[in-house]
Design a protein around this ligand. Structure first.
Ligand SMILES: O=C(O)CCC(=O)C(=O)O
Ligand SMILES: [Fe+2]
Length: 466
């Protein structure tokens, strides 16, 4: 995978290029080095690369199970028949995953306007405020999902969220083996904001790993009932599927708040253990504008290769939690059935092939984080050739996500990825250039922030099959 944070050779590198807001994408290398202008290009020698110091000798820990975490079904909605604006009425198969969905038909209401701005699409179920996306030839499918018993579900949501927080709270240990007590930790987005990107928790300072939680120091402002109710309404509406382009599907509002809380808590727990969140950097000394943790296999930005250990500290990446993989496989199935309703000439499986993730790259972007245009192409040749999709979860603050067939941000299309969105790109879009232009501050759901101690910023998980 070439991860272009400030565009390291089109891979997940970073590449300075002419660009928006201090972003430069093009570099001297053909495939994407994206270094920010204020970063040092030199310093190839060992030394300060802004990453965790030292090679800790990690003791193996059992990261595979969810012994301390009880995951419960979350989809308490009834699916209805599916309708797509320019495709007509289609019966939609119910989700089948044992994660709690019902097997009733689903109705999907679609809304697409073509005004002056061609292909302006309203995401009708995405939020209470109007959100528009500029899509070329995309189609939108909005699934209205109702809970069987609205009141009960809302109650359940709050209870489940609490359960998740509690069970995760109990299972969090610092790497020194000390149990971390979060009973006194109250979310304070206000103070998180004040401390900005520089804030860190006491655990972070003692381990050298990046903590995606911030410990509260001052009593924060609690979200208003109005805000909480708005978010609950949004959560109970279900998700909206959008075919952005062949092979690329966006499932808006796909992960429920309690799924997000579970994922955040699990990532925080893993992030403070062996192979946890650290500051990645390139061989030339440039750093990525994000913190990273790999699950399953390690992706090394210095070599653009996957391996079983992380060269910078010898750590072994934690396994991908089984619940995460279930979400991914289910999301891919959903995207396939959406594609089946919209593309007449292609089999959905050809457009977005199925996959079983064995790699997850978790990125945490602080509010100044970004990632330059790049292609994900360090997976096996077979995986890339088959177009096995990359599945991306967004949690926390929203991100301006760019995608393009070319390695030029001026030509890139933009879509806002909000908390709970799942983006899938495989098949013809497997090699799409993509990146994160910016993080939109203070846009994380208040309930999520209240129920976890997530910092300001964005957690992104991209799943792949090697
Ligand atoms: O954060 C995102 O949405 C994209 C992340 C990404 O492209 C990567 O990790 O390769
Ligand atoms: Fe990527």
């Amino acid at each position: 995978m070439n991860r272009g944070e400030d565009g390291h050779s089109g891979s997940r590198g970073r590449s300075p290029a002419s660009g928006h807001g201090g972003y430069r994408w093009k570099s001297e290398t053909p495939v994407g080095v994206d270094r920010s202008l204020n970063e040092s290009f030199g310093n190839r020698s060992s030394g300060s690369r802004g990453r965790v110091s030292g090679r800790a000798s990690w003791s193996r820990h059992n990261s595979s199970g969810y012994a301390n975490y009880e995951h419960r079904p979350v989809q308490a909605y009834v699916e209805k028949p599916l309708q797509v604006s320019n495709v007509g009425f289609v019966e939609k198969r119910a989700q089948n995953d044992g994660l709690g969905s019902t097997k009733q038909p689903v109705e999907v209401a679609a809304s697409k306007f073509c005004g002056d701005d061609k292909d302006l699409v309203k995401l009708s179920a995405s939020s209470s405020s109007k959100k528009y996306m500029n899509l070329s030839g995309g189609s939108v499918v909005s699934r209205e999902c109702e809970d069987k018993d609205g009141a009960r579900m809302r109650c359940d949501l709050v209870n489940r969220v609490k359960d998740v927080s509690l069970s995760c709270k109990d299972s969090v240990f610092s790497t020194s083996g000390q149990k971390v007590d979060h009973s006194s930790v109250v979310v304070d987005h206000g103070s998180a904001h004040k401390s900005g990107d520089g804030g860190n928790s006491s655990i972070e300072s003692s381990t050298g790993l990046f903590d995606i939680f911030l410990e509260k120091t001052v009593m924060g402002v609690k979200p208003s009932l109005l805000e909480i109710n708005r978010e609950k309404r949004k959560a109970s509406k279900g998700y909206t599927g959008i075919v952005i382009r062949p092979g690329m599907v966006l499932l808006k509002n796909y992960l429920s708040i309690n799924d997000q809380v579970m994922i955040v808590n699990k990532c925080r727990q893993l992030g403070l253990g062996e192979g946890g969140f650290y500051q990645p950097g390139y061989r030339d000394g440039a750093i990525l504008h994000l913190k990273m943790m790999c699950l399953g296999k390690n992706w090394d930005p210095e070599t653009s290769q996957y391996g079983e250990t992380r060269p910078v500290d010898g750590s072994i990446p934690p396994k991908i939690p089984v619940e995460f993989s279930q979400f991914v496989e289910k999301a891919v199935k959903e995207s396939q059935s959406l594609v089946a309703t919209t593309s007449k000439n292609m089999k959905a499986e050809d457009e977005i092939p199925s996959m079983s993730p064995d790699i997850c790259i978790a990125n945490f972007y602080t509010t100044t984080g970004r990632l330059g245009l790049h292609q994900d192409k360090d997976e096996s040749r077979n995986s890339i050739q088959k177009g096995l999709p990359v599945v991306s979860f967004s949690i926390g603050d929203s991100a301006e996500f760019l995608y393009s067939d070319q390695w030029e941000d001026e030509k890139a299309e933009k879509v806002l990825l909000e908390s709970g969105d799942v983006l899938i790109f495989g098949g013809k879009s497997r090699n799409v250039f993509h990146g994160v232009r910016s993080i939109v501050k203070d846009t994380a759901p208040k309930v999520l922030v209240q129920e976890t101690s997530l910092r300001q910023g964005r957690l992104n998980l991209t799943f792949r099959q090697y």
